[in-house]
Design a protein around this ligand. Sequence first.
Ligand code: 3EB
Length: 336
Amino acid sequence: MNLQFLADPDLPDLPEKGRVLGGAHLGWPRHASTSTWPVQTVDAPLLGCARDRHREIWLCDGPCHAGNSEGIRWQRAGDLLYGVLELDEADFTGTDDSPALQLASQEAYRRIFRLLEREQLPHLLRVWNYLAAINQESNGLERYRQFNIGRQDAFLEFQRGATGNVPAACAIGIASGPLNIAFLAGKGAPIALENPRQVSAYHYPATYGPRSPTFSRAALVYLPGQEILFISGTASIVGHQTIHPDDVVGQCRETMANVAAVLDAANRLARGDPYRLDALSYRVYLRSAGDYSVVRATLAALLGDTKNLVFLQADICRQDLLLEIEAMASHAVEIG
Ligand code: 3EB
């Protein structure tokens, strides 16, 4: 099974629909999706984009089959599965100790893990998490930290461990709406990568919340003849501390130094040609839309151009972080 990432403006009007594993629609206001495959709708305003939405798909070279279980819209092709689920916090009765978002997060990951057990595709490779009002506090705890408790509880409940071989991920704040999670899973284990410039997120000290986030800095994923690199949401964090508060250009450069460090770690293990910073597909999340021009210029200076970048206005999981950048690339590798 070979997987190809296609995005606007290079997306065909009518991709061969039996071969689209799934995708994402970015932009606000939201467009009703008419796709027959699972689509994660990311309700965040696009910045500097001529189109009013940005569509992405994962195209397979073989047939996909669809399923809908555990409230997850999913599709499977060979040993790969892409799924999307949305859970409304209002459907959960929180308590002082366990707010609704924590319970919804735990339930979302439980459902994912149950589906993966049933499909015998045990490995979570990459997860895209979006939640409303991520920096808002309730029950004395920031909502991102509530999410982290629920997520980690589910990993532990399913005996998955919450350190080491955990998926690449992002966790981003949007204005409103349900907890919204998309994921890619497979039969084979990914290689989880860490960043030598950063404390592993799963070892962050308790000053960032009672439970550490459960994600790796990147994952190398293997399909027959193909290697995919997923670089998790990356920010201006060195060690475990935010660097350059109130300086968006400083944060942008530090973030790219982190992306470059993760890329170096990937290239030490990559089986194909080396990955290059200027040949990745990027999503850039900016807390403040007004920072768009200066961040774009900073990235253009580092990367040469910005044609493989999508910019979105969204909240980052620490109040002092002004941006977060994630990236991805796919390379052919020798089979065998
Ligand atoms: C960081 O490095 C920034 O909780 O899944 C980045 C990627 C971040 C994923 C997550 C959080 C997550 O801590 C935040």
